[in-house]
Design a protein around this ligand. Structure first.
Ligand code: NA7
Length: 293
């Protein structure tokens, strides 16, 4: 398929690379020039990238970034023609998604929200899990592209439902990780070996994918970003906004948002979100680490 790929960050670069490898005709655009994808064309603007494309695939930071690459100066909107699809893998506001979809819908363009989970490694290996909102027919048309970048698609309903579900998923990741980080901090302060604690967790019902994934990085004190703290913080804020719009109370997430705020003030926003642990460690006066670290 002819794809305009907009946004070559940690996730987008790997995803566009996998589209090229699968034989799709890809033209890329990134806000900061100089980021390239081998085998893909480069366009000077989102509008130029979208010219003649069947699908415009987005993977940018947040709601404002999506608005700007589609509707801003030189945005893709100028090149949209009937039958085109916009697929958005950024994690953004569900209600803004519905508004954007209505606006491009007047030109016969269909919007599919396709945020994903699987982090940097899933993007690199083409094993992402896509959480999708959009009509069944449109999602079917995108299947060759999903197959090039991921291993599974979950269609959660119409446009906006992918974003709503993604926020519900990241809410759980943030709270599960916070529980894990608080347990590690307390146990370490009380003299328990964190490596032993991890082995125990693995053998019990406390085990989770989040702990499996983050545990080894923490024991090695490796906080290089697989999913940056600043983006998890953005998702927590989006979730609280969506909850407010829907008049839902999320008291635990409100508290965790404060932790992310303070961790950002400590200068850790570009580290992995696992670095929120360092704030707890600072307050407790301990450091959680394995023997290898
Ligand atoms: P990164 O690595 O922070 O990359 C973000 C990308 O978004 C990067 O290409 C940015 O361009 C681009 N960006 C950010 N703001 C804008 C605006 N205003 N206009 C155009 N482009 C912009 O994030 P990830 O790849 O890890 O994640 C991307 C999304 O997937 C995000 O929503 C996550 O929550 C999930 P730059 O290179 O900085 O010029």
């Amino acid at each position: 398929m002819r794809v305009a790929f907009v946004g070559l960050g940690i996730m987008g670069h790997a995803m566009a690379t996998n589209l090229v490898k699968a034989g799709h005709e890809v033209t890329v655009w990134n806000r900061t020039p100089g980021k390239l994808v081998e085998g893909a064309g480069v366009a000077p603007s989102p509008a130029a990238a979208a010219q003649g494309a069947e699908v415009v695939w987005l993977c940018v930071s947040d709601t404002d970034a999506v608005e700007s690459v589609i509707f801003g100066a030189d945005g893709a909107e100028a090149s949209l023609t009937e039958g085109m699809i916009i697929a958005d893998s950024s994690t953004i506001s569900p209600s803004a998604t519905v508004k954007f979809a209505e606006r491009v819908g007047t030109r016969g363009v269909t919007w599919v929200d396709a945020p994903m989970t699987g982090s940097k490694i899933g993007a690199r290996d083409g094993t992402l899990v896509f959480i999708v909102g959009g009509s069944e027919a449109t999602v079917d048309r995108l299947k060759p592209l999903f197959a090039a970048m991921g291993k599974k698609i979950f269609r959660m309903g119409d446009t906006g439902k992918g974003q709503a579900t993604k926020l519900a998923m990241n809410l759980q990741i943030a709270l599960i990780f916070e529980g894990f980080a608080e347990a590690l901090t307390l146990a370490t302060k009380l003299g328990v070996d964190p490596q032993q604690l991890l082995s125990l967790i693995e053998a019990t019902m406390v085990r989770s994918g989040v702990v499996d994934y983050k545990g080894p990085f923490i024991l090695q004190r490796d906080f290089t970003p697989n999913f940056p703290l600043r983006l998890m913080h953005k998702d927590i804020r989006l979730t609280l906004e969506a909850a407010k719009e829907a008049r839902v109370k999320l008291p635990a997430l409100e508290t965790v948002e404060e932790i992310y705020e303070m961790a950002s003030e400590e200068g850790n926003r570009d580290l992995d979100y696992a670095a929120t642990l360092m704030l707890l460690e600072k307050w407790a006066g301990v450091q959680v680490k394995g023997k290898a670290a």
